[in-house]
Design a binder for this molecule. Sequence first.
Ligand code: HEM
Length: 411
Amino acid sequence: MLDIALDNALADHKTYGNIDLQHRLFAQLRRDDPVHWTQPDGYRPFWIISKYADIIEIERQADRFINAPRTKLLSIEFESKVREAMNGRPMLVRALPQMDNPDHAKYQKLTHAWFQPRHIRTLSERMTALAKESVDRLFAMGDRCDFYGEIAIYYPLRVLMTILGLPQEDEARLLKITQAYFGGGDPDMQKGSDLIDATIAYVDYFKDVAKERRQHPKDDVATVIATSEIDGRPIEDFEAYSYYVALASAGHDTTSATIAGGVLALIENPDAMARLRREPNLLTDAAEEMVRFVSPVKHFFRTAAVDYEMRGKTIRAGDSILLSYPSGNRDEEAFDRPFAFIPDRSPNRHLGYGFGIHACIGRHLAKAEIVAFFRELLSRVDRIELAGKPAWTETSFLGGLKRLPVSYSGR
Ligand code: HEM
């Protein structure tokens, strides 16, 4: 492929609606130009880092490669709309992904304990109940459904609402906002809304939550954020709302995409499905393999704070860098048979949750959710197969399947 055509394809949301094309283009980069300078039409230029070892090298040096100035790929046109909507600010929210130290550590600390395995274990009964509800719903729909749109999208949102402490009647509203937020460029998902409107809708929703929690504190993450102090002063509203938006958005489609992608991986690997049915204890390994295999977060950006040499190229201070997690997770030098789904892959130090100080704070929660879901699903569904063509969300940032037609039987 010609350079500019390749660069344009790498930035184009549509590329990511074709999962084979996505993997092919990144395999080409890993082979031919793993530290790739790119200038797609309509975007500010950036480097693409596609090798596992290079992504880790960058992520472990958070002082040399910072987050704040540019966190994800947006077109120039979109970046100027954001500035317009935010009175000159270059970002819609300021949460952990938009922060560097010392602030990052201060804000991360606020919710740290809530996302540790010790606390996650206290949610296990609730998660099992929600997983059971999902499988009940599956059978209530008959013997076929769209597994992504009718099952997978509800479950993580419910878990998240539990941890944040949000009432069940808000589910439809939050689901709508989250989907608009993550529609990226996908016409099926966006339904006329866009990221700016969706962020404003989130903030409107969470403003009321924060106000209510300040008046009537509860034992939940929403209260922790609303009533927290930074440097001895109450958290600013913008940062509080941003925190909520980050949790609600980051904790949702990541997990539903992994679950739907995991179901597809098992359908395509019947031996793996049979094995997990026989040995459900392997689900803790399989959950990691699903995250590696699906890699629903397609990138985050860093900005170089210093000049830096990598594979004979000079990254200049101020340059933007896209870290491709799906590519790192398919790197032939890091994984044995990277394109195979191996439920008990070991070791499996994948990059699906990122790496370093910004590594996903929700990873223990996500893992517990995935395990609880598949434990319930595989114990009750005896047969599940494709009943149509799967389709992937057209987004360069975050997403996976947007349609997974299946037929099934069980109890
Ligand atoms: C399978 C599910 C999930 C995947 C694949 C995933 C993936 C990721 C990735 C790749 C990052 C960026 C890491 C980096 O910059 O190195 C991240 C950050 C983050 N995730 Fe997750 N995530 C998942 C679930 C969740 C859940 C359930 C929550 C919370 C409820 C969550 C909250 C966050 C937050 C707040 C950040 C920002 C962390 C920071 O910048 O310090 N994620 N996640």
